[in-house]
Design a protein around this ligand. Structure first.
Ligand code: AHR
Length: 663
């Protein structure tokens, strides 16, 4: 019996002294045993697609606006209340009372695609205004995270018929603590037309729920528009929150599907994501109300930024576009879809991404600062729309037009081809599953019988949801782990897979659970996030057949891969096992066919917790995280113990093969 078993036995003996009833129940069941046989010979290995595990980013739960996109001002152009004035300026607030200030909106902006501007009539006389001035403030997305010694770039557009003296400041949420401030002084000759002002604010202290104030004590009328505050320190200087993207980097994603999800469709077409409205100078973007997840986005995170993020992460972009103007509630008939297809190619998102800089849309991209084409190789025509009346008809029009212009692009259909062949051409088909933990565990065989001759599956959304999941439980994660093990095994029928949704701002939970939870300054991974870290070596690795023998094998799921660490070319055998049952399992592992011996010093990583419904939280972000340990006496044949309700990875380094010359 291995060291692990000894350790567990000691642990249980200790339990017995103090917690008799539970431990007795436990102990009586603890003699479950199983045998795992692995054929790790090179001939048995099947290459797993390089793209198998990636991420799906959707603008949901304020994942982008108020999330990974570092813009601190919410509703920066005052457009969120709609194009009609007077409009709601939420979440901007007024500083001062009715006798000292009057704030309204009008359509006098210098930006033709977002005409609403804010007008501020300062009624109080100099000396008669409150000493701190009157004006407006923006609390950002549930408070701005302003950090000591960090620098923030403020840009705003201002107009006034008189000279101005405006105080720009970052303060605590009640305005009492000043973190950084500067004055904007300008003569009426300068600001009588809209004028862009830019300055850098450096904070003297840290405040997690700060606000941006624009105040004055000078009587007159001032208009503001497009007020932006960005930290200077962002991921690769491209505007993303570093700490959140760092968590994505740790998943080593091989692709990123974006920007939705239902976000692509809209409840109504007029609110669907339109890529052309999201490119170009941020000041000129109209923004839009995402009516599925019910919030406004200024669209600072637009199509170009998504492509840039994919490039910065070194991952393949998968661009999901609205399939011929189909939303949740309205759709364009196939007989009248042709103008939309033409428009799609004329105003070509694909050419924008990958055309050379002398093409029409490639030159637009080049002018925006990215002359080199992006490598866009996948597009998905719509999201979850197969069942809709016009889907197939519209899809085919898009398919033909895209293939004619870009024969190499892989086109992803919304129709499920896992149980019967698709009735239309496609390179991949989209597959979504949200279900209970036990159901997803059982679905580790979902693709066992799928045809190996048709298009492969893109499991672009999977998760355990509902009461098993809460806001991210161990139970959910274990169901997902077993499902992913099944995808590894069936990776000759499954090309890609991603969890959904990836992010949630804890202040706006539109969907539970999610992989990464954050607020303005904190973040943690749910167990579903941590499960994915067990699969980071799988893409491009070799899958080896294994066989588990036990009379309770329906609670075990296992896979074995061999992979090479590119940093030092060392080779590893990685064995992952989900124990979905509530008992310890003694497991006899037997590996055959390896070209090189297993190094005796291996390691184990285990994700488990004392309670199945345990979750992580801001207060306890590490309650359910993987715990690694050394595995002495690792060998081709070994006895190990699996904790109840756990995912365990045995990471076994292979000794280098010494080739002796025959000469
Ligand atoms: O991931 C959340 C939502 O679930 C996606 O927007 C949609 O595609 C699915 O229904």
């Amino acid at each position: 019996m291995g060291l692990q078993w000894t350790y567990s036995a000691v642990l249980c003996a200790t339990f017995l002294l103090f917690a008799a009833p539970q431990c007795f129940a436990h102990r009586l069941e603890a003699n479950r045993s199983a045998v795992l046989m692995i054929d790790a010979s090179p001939q048995s290995g099947r290459k797993i697609p390089d793209t198998l595990f990636g991420i799906f980013f959707e603008e949901i739960n304020h994942a982008g606006a108020g999330g990974i996109w570092a813009e601190l001002v919410s509703n920066r152009g005052f457009e969120a209340g709609g194009p009609n004035t007077p409009s709601n300026i939420d979440p901007w607030f007024i500083i001062g009372d009715e006798s000292s200030i009057y704030v309204s909106t009008d359509r006098t902006s210098c930006f033709s695609r977002n005409e609403v501007a804010l007008r501020m009539d300062i009624l109080c006389e100099e000396g008669g205004c409150p000493s701190d001035g009157v004006g407006i403030y923006n609390p950002g997305f549930w408070g701005m995270n302003i950090e000591e010694k960090e620098k923030y770039k403020l840009v705003l557009y201002v107009k006034s018929l008189n000279s101005i003296n405006i105080s720009v400041s970052l303060t605590s949420s009640d305005g009492s603590q000043n973190l950084a401030s500067a004055n904007i002084l300008a003569d009426s000759s300068v600001v009588s037309n809209w004028t862009r002002m830019e300055l850098i604010l450096e904070s003297v202290a840290t405040n997690r729920t700060a606000r941006l104030q624009l105040t004055t004590t000078k009587k007159g009328v001032i208009w503001f528009d497009q007020v932006s505050l960005m930290p200077l320190d962002t991921y690769k200087g491209h505007g993303f929150r570093k700490e959140l993207i760092s968590m994505v980097e740790d998943l080593k994603p091989r692709f990123i599907r974006f920007p939705g999800g239902c976000f692509v469709e809209g409840e109504w077409l007029r609110n669907a994501f339109r890529w052309r409205e999201t490119i170009g100078p941020w000041e000129e973007r109209p923004g839009h109300f995402g009516d599925v997840w019910m919030y406004w986005t200024d669209d600072g995170l637009g199509y170009l930024e998504f492509l840039q993020l994919a490039e910065d992460l070194g991952t393949a972009p998968i661009w999901v576009f609205n399939n011929g103007r189909i939303s949740h509630n309205d759709q364009v008939d196939t007989t009248s879809i042709f103008p939309f297809v033409q428009a799609c190619l004329e105003h070509n998102s694909i050419e924008f991404a990958r055309g050379s800089s002398d093409t029409k849309w490639g030159s637009v991209r080049a002018k925006l600062g990215h002359p080199e084409p992006f490598t866009l190789e996948y597009v998905a025509v719509g999201n979850e729309d197969c069942w809709k009346k016009n889907y197939r008809g519209n899809y085919l029009k898009f398919y033909d037009a895209i293939k004619a212009a870009y024969p190499d692009i892989k086109i992803i259909s919304n129709c499920d081809g896992s149980s019967k062949p698709l009735d239309h051409p496609a390179d991949l088909y989209d597959y979504h599953v949200y279900t209970s933990a036990s159901r997803l565990f059982k679905m580790n065989n979902a693709f066992d019988k799928t045809s190996r001759t048709g298009p492969k599956a893109f499991v672009s959304e999977y998760a355990v949801t509902g009461s098993d999941a809460g806001t991210g439980s161990l139970l959910a994660a274990l169901g997902e782990a077993a499902f992913l093990i099944g995808l590894e095994r069936n990776s000759d029928a499954v090309e890609m897979a991603s969890y959904a949704p990836l992010f949630v701002n804890a202040n706006d939970r539109r969907w539970n659970p999610d992989a990464i939870v954050f607020n303005s300054w904190q973040q943690y991974g749910t167990p579903s996030y941590w499960i994915q870290t067990f699969f980071t070596e799988s893409s491009g690795a070799f899958f080896h057949p294994s066989n588990i023998q036990a009379n309770f094998s329906d609670t075990l799921a296992t896979s074995a891969i061999t992979w090479q660490n590119p940093e030092d070319n060392s080779n590893y055998l990685k064995i992952k096992i989900v124990n979905f049952g509530s008992d310890y399992v003694t497991l006899k592992i037997s590996v055959k066919g390896l070209e090189a011996a297993i190094n005796s010093l291996g390691s184990t990583t285990v994700l488990t917790s004392s309670n199945l419904m345990d979750e992580n939280s801001f207060a306890n972000p590490k309650k359910v995280i993987p715990v690694s340990d050394t595995l002495p006496n690792a060998a081709e044949n070994m006895d190990v113990v699996l904790s109840p309700r756990s995912l365990t990875s045995f990471d076994l380094q292979l000794n280098r093969v010494e080739y002796i010359s025959a000469i």
